[in-house]
Design a protein around this ligand. Structure first.
Ligand code: PLP
Length: 393
């Protein structure tokens, strides 16, 4: 018999009733150290007092009005995002996939109003993940997400990750833009080298293409900069943001330059819930935390400490760990055992992690973790690795 909730998830046999900072608790009070943050979402940790205050204060005023009225909270959040990024305009939605949908529509529409409607093909990369809507599973191109959902939406051309030669050859008079994650998340924490991102920017400039970055997972401080592309010293034309920006409240955003967004006039796009007063109150509170003096310095510092410790873990457990990779607090443990085994062993130690492609275990802790949290996580990982290592007789 089918379950009450559509059975599309492989759920772990555990549920949490409360969270505080980097820890979540089951109803019997058992604490788990949360190095998954609900897949890079609870950027400020669980029940951050400033976020709780922003949400509850807004909840007592007004929850929802509709985008048919002026939205002061949205405007404030948009202005702050613009002040801290390349962007000149922002569209608000509720999820990563929707932020990508807006990005894709915007890119097509840009060329349409430029008198080149045939420029509607977007180049994406193998291993990508852009969401689960019909357009974004086509953009991501992963067979496991496409199977049974034919017909595949046209308009996407997929190339090997980071293959610059294939890329130059794939650009045609129909190409609208290039869509890429600066660090592939679901694909297994695969960072595009900074030089690669620069080369993409150059190619886009040369051919009049729009560079669309999917920073749904890498954004909002995750890699130690507000957005990951800052490490490469380039800016995109369009950027999809979600996950960390809401700190646990569903909020997504599509950021763009005025030029990229030139086709998005009144009536061309919309959302009922997108950027409602509750969501933007929380989004503004997240920015208060992440943009505070020294916050990102601290993320970089803690991230470096975590990465060094993980390098030590790898040396101590060469039978379990093949490699450590990633940027900031978006790190991957490439496993020699099945990644699900390491994850299960970590859960037995009360440590939560997230799986990924390429046999990787993802560490995506809240950005507020301390060195003491890192030390505790590493002790748990060390015990998890030991439990997986066949003892010499
Ligand atoms: C999670 C994710 C998405 C999809 O976000 P949803 O909120 O699940 O729709 C898109 N792109 C990347 C890189 C992601 O990590």
């Amino acid at each position: 018999m089918i379950t009450p909730v559509l059975p599309t998830y492989n759920r772990a046999q555990v549920s949490f009733v409360r969270g505080e900072g980097a820890r979540v608790f089951t109803d019997d009070g058992t604490a788990f150290l949360d190095f998954g943050a609900g897949v890079a979402v609870t950027s400020c940790g669980h029940a951050h007092p400033h976020l709780v205050k922003a949400l509850t204060e807004q909840a007592q005023k007004i929850w929802h009005t509709s985008n048919i009225y002026q939205m002061p909270g949205q405007e404030k959040l948009a202005r702050r995002l613009i002040e801290s990024t390349f962007a000149e305009t922002v569209f608000f939605c509720n999820s990563g996939a929707e932020a990508l949908e807006c990005s894709i529509k915007m890119a097509r529409r840009h060329h349409f109003v430029n008198g080149a409607p045939e420029r509607n093909q977007i180049i994406t990369f193998e291993g990508a993940f852009h969401g689960r809507t019909l357009a974004t599973i086509s953009a991501g191109g992963q067979e496991k997400y496409l199977e049974g959902f034919a017909p595949r939406m046209p308009g996407f051309v997929q190339l090997p990750f980071g293959d610059m030669q294939a890329l130059a050859a794939a650009i045609t008079p129909e190409t609208a833009g290039i869509l890429i994650e600066p660090v592939q998340g679901e694909g297994g924490i695969r960072p595009l080298p900074h030089a690669g991102l620069k080369a993409l920017r150059d190619l886009c400039d040369k051919h009049g293409l729009l560079l669309i970055l999917d920073e749904v997972q890498t954004g909002v401080g995750r890699t130690g900069k507000l957005f990951a592309h800052e490490w490469a010293g380039i800016t995109p034309d369009i950027m999809a943001v979600a996950k960390g920006i809401g700190g646990g409240f569903p909020l997504g955003a599509c950021l763009a330059t005025e030029n990229a967004a030139k086709g998005m006039t009144a009536g061309t796009h919309g959302s009922t819930f997108g950027g409602n007063p509750l969501a933007t109150a929380v989004g503004n509170a997240v920015l208060d935390v992440v943009l505070a003096d020294g916050f990102l310095d601290n993320v970089r510092d803690t991230a470096l400490y975590l990465k060094q410790k993980l390098a030590g873990l790898k040396d101590a457990h060469p039978e379990v760990i093949e490699d450590i990779r990633g940027e900031g607090l978006m790190l991957g443990i490439k496993c020699k055992v099945p990644n699900t085994s390491l994850q299960a062993a970590a859960v037995a130690e009360k440590l939560l992690t997230i799986g990924a492609g390429d046999n990787v275990v993802r560490l995506l802790p809240p950005l507020v973790i301390t060195r003491a949290d890192v030390d505790e996580a590493l002790q748990k990982l060390d015990r998890a690795c030991k439990a997986l290592t066949p003892r010499a007789a």
